[in-house]
Design a protein around this ligand. Structure first.
Ligand code: HEM
Ligand code: FPP
Length: 297
């Protein structure tokens, strides 16, 4: 009886091990990549298996990140409630879970989508769970700039899942998330500076100070505005996208400018929160514009 009662909460622990909210946004960007890759609707087989395979590998990567980082996570307020820290999941359980998800995702992508998608997604997993988590995160304040390449890959993976090849337009989607990652993360890191310092993780506000980080957030946000014009400039997207994207960019710029010249408590977390709404907005606009454009001929 006791076991049955605790079953739902164990499921919840496994769910938390996957960083579900991050993975959901990652999968959404992959799905948009799939829709944009083809005229009309994507073929349903590769679409379903591609989505599931990418989701499984992303969840596996998130679990491996928590396995490697359990000692750091234990010492930060934001992460000390994670299942491997509280002991609600053991190392063995977590390793088995991450392995099954990772292999399951790879096999699914290889056999039911195409081998290129499987290999690129596997590289993405290794890039995040291996290169970023094991090495870069502890080595350099540029950790999230370089590691951001893993988080930026999903729309490209979605595109390759539909077409079997890397198209220049897919690289633009990659570039948007790649340039978005520094302002997304550094806004949060400004707020959490002392925690990162305590566990000796060389995040930019720790190594170069908060003022310098604010400048970098602003510079990357300006660059992001330019990059988000590229779908329109290359005729991948139309006016609807451009107008919507520029509005989203304007709000992001206002946040970054206020953080730089008129900082106040709470603003970094608001900027971080907005970064998530922003990315959802940009990818929703890309998707809607794709079909509105097709309808209007
Ligand atoms: C190297 C790249 C990245 C780093 C270092 C990073 C860092 C973080 C951190 C530390 C948090 C936790 C905030 C908290 O606990 O309050 C977070 C939250 C989040 N990130 Fe990122 N992120 C990265 C890339 C991405 C990507 C590529 C996406 C999606 C496309 C994403 C989507 C999200 C979402 C949706 C949340 C909110 C999660 C929640 O509410 O629990 N991140 N990010
Ligand atoms: C398709 C595929 C394999 C995708 C993998 C990409 C992936 C899961 C990216 C997640 C990005 C992220 C949440 C980074 C934060 O890690 P952190 O360790 O700095 O943050 P934390 O302190 O919250 O753990």
């Amino acid at each position: 009886m006791q076991d049955m009662m605790s079953e739902p909460s164990r499921l919840h622990e496994y769910y938390e091990l996957c960083k579900p909210r991050v993975v959901m946004l990652i999968v959404f960007t992959a799905i948009v990549g799939m829709f944009l890759a083809v005229p009309g609707l994507p073929p349903w087989g590769p679409f379903v298996w591609g989505t599931l395979g990418i989701a499984l590998q992303a969840a596996s990567a998130a679990a491996i990140n928590q396995i490697i980082d359990r000692n750091i996570d234990a010492r930060m307020a934001r992460t000390c409630g994670r299942p491997l820290v509280t002991g609600r999941l053991t190392m063995t359980e977590s390793i088995v879970f991450a392995t099954v998800l990772g292999i399951g995702g790879f096999v699914m992508l290889w056999f039911l989508v195409n081998p290129l998608t499987a290999v690129l997604t596997q590289f993405t997993l290794i890039g995040y769970a291996g290169v970023y988590t094991l090495y870069l995160k502890r080595a350099t304040p540029q950790n999230i700039v370089i590691g951001g390449a893993a988080g930026a890959a999903p729309p490209l993976l979605g595109w390759v899942a539909m077409t079997g090849e890397v198209h220049a337009h897919a690289l633009i989607l990659f570039a948007i998330i790649f340039i978005w990652t520094p302002p997304h993360f550094w806004a949060l890191a400004i707020e959490r500076r002392d925690e990162y310092a305590k566990v000796d993780i060389p995040m930019l506000p720790v190594t170069h100070g908060i003022e310098y980080t604010r400048t970098q957030v602003l510079l990357y946000t300006i660059l992001l505005t330019l990059v988000t014009v590229m779908p329109f400039a290359t005729a991948m997207s139309g006016w609807l996208y451009l107008v919507g994207a520029l509005l989203l960019d304007a709000v992001f710029l206002v946040y970054a400018i206020r953080m730089k010249w008129w900082p106040r408590p709470g603003l970094p977390m608001k900027t971080f929160g907005y970064s998530i709404v922003y990315l959802m907005g940009i990818f929703t606009l890309l998707l809607v514009d794709h079909y509105v454009g097709a309808l209007l001929g």
